[in-house]
Unconditional design. Structure first.
Length: 415
């Protein structure tokens, strides 16, 4: 694995995943001599690759100097339309509109709050999103800036916040955020020091200047949106650090690489098409509520708890910390749940709050007493990533991993 250049990749074409595809595509071109039937497929693959990689370079060409970063949570289809205009202002407008899109942000925030290092900030992230929707942009900025520092400080072992990081520390292997105009290029402005008071409108995420009181006029949607952009970029940074630390896997074929890209596009389409829904036994009937896969998972979870089947119960718990061996983990689950015997339960209602997030309201019976309890469920794959419902590689798990976290719990409504 070749380390990335300290200043970042000169072009998106230099990012290893795209560089590898290009090499494989050249090799595939040679096959046309003996397999002319591949010509149409190859042309489609080339077109798609140039669309994706070219979009990254055009993005940085147009708004890189404004310190926006291309990250994986952006909706590429919508972004391409803006990029095709060739206008910096249109691209910036589209970026802001994506952060204003409740559907896109709901999924992005579920993903963010599922990250172990961001879990302690979940309530603050919800508050920042509420402030953003209600146009309290100064509050968004003042909430997210400390979170950026705290999050980066907990990734790795050196306990250093974002404001202490050198540019080269933010260049990671095989990621679009490591373009030479990407995340690392934002650090100079983020860390810049100021000594005088400035009351002019501010459109940059000047961390030091804002937190030290040098700027007074940052209450606007551009600065607040850049704070969200930086947060989601840092999620990609964290993932890239984890991936780069893994042993090198067997190289994917070109077909497999594009299958992954196609899979990502399909996931995006599912997210875009998804609509929130809710049903209750009282209003819609038991069959409707029980027809929801997330409810079926909750029933299986509660049945396992009631039966004392802690091995099965363990399969429905979403742990943010690394699990021990399966036997040891089942023992941990037993020690948590065995002291609180579930006598019975009923399912009352379900609310799908995101394409990978559902809330199931139940009534639980303990020692002859009923407790209204709400379970928050995430649809996660084997790697722990939140996936849209319908993705057969993922399943439903609760983030409430102890009786104390479940019994009597009520979650704030979606705003």
């Amino acid at each position: 694995m070749d380390p990335p250049p300290e200043d970042g990749y000169p072009s998106a074409w230099d990012v290893p995943q795209f560089k590898e595809m290009r090499v494989q595509m050249r090799a595939m071109t040679l096959l046309l001599v003996i397999r002319p039937s591949l010509r149409k497929q190859l042309a489609e693959l080339k077109k798609e690759m140039h669309r994706i990689v070219g979009s990254v370079d055009r993005f940085y060409e147009l708004v890189g100097d404004r310190h926006w970063v291309f990250h994986g949570s952006l909706n590429l289809e919508r972004l391409v339309t803006a990029l095709d205009t060739g206008s910096c202002d249109e691209v910036e407008k589209e970026l802001i509109e994506q952060y204003q899109d409740a559907k896109l942000m709901r999924f992005a925030l579920v993903r963010a709050k599922a990250v172990p290092e961001l879990r302690p900030y979940a309530a603050l992230l919800d508050s920042a999103w509420r402030d953003y929707q209600e146009e309290r942009y100064y509050a968004v900025v003042l909430t997210l800036l400390p979170i950026l520092d705290g999050f980066v400080a907990t990734v790795g072992d050196n306990r250093r916040g974002l404001h202490t990081r050198e540019e080269h520390e933010l260049v990671v292997w095989n990621s679009m955020i490591s373009h030479h105009k990407g995340l690392a290029a934002t650090q100079q402005s983020f860390r810049k020091s100021f000594n005088t008071l400035n009351e002019e409108p501010l459109h940059e995420l000047y961390r030091n200047g804002i937190l030290h009181g040098n700027f007074t006029n940052y209450d606007n949607v551009i600065v607040a949106s850049k704070a969200w952009n930086r947060l989601f970029t840092l999620l990609d940074w964290r993932e890239a650090l984890i991936e780069s630390a893994k042993p090198k896997a067997v190289e994917r074929t070109l077909k497999e690489s594009f299958a992954k890209l196609a899979d990502t596009r399909e996931m995006r389409r599912q997210m875009d098409d998804w609509q929130p829904r809710a049903s209750s036994v009282a209003d819609d009937g038991e069959d409707v509520v029980m027809g929801e896969p997330v409810v079926q998972a909750v029933v299986a979870l509660l049945d396992a708890w009631r039966a004392g089947n802690y091995g099965k119960l363990a399969d429905y718990l979403y742990e943010t910390m690394k699990k021990p061996s399966r036997g040891a983990y089942i023992g941990q689950v037993r020690s948590r749940f065995a002291v609180t015997a579930l006598e019975g339960f009923t399912i009352d209602a379900v609310e799908m709050r995101g394409s990978g997030c559902g809330h199931v309201k139940t009534t639980l019976m303990f020692a002859g007493k009923q407790h209204s309890s709400e379970l928050r469920m995430l649809h996660v794959d084997a790697a722990g990533h939140v996936s849209p419902e319908g993705d057969e590689r993922a399943s439903w798990h609760t983030i409430q991993t102890s009786p104390e976290a479940i019994i009597g719990r009520e979650w704030p409504p979606v705003t």
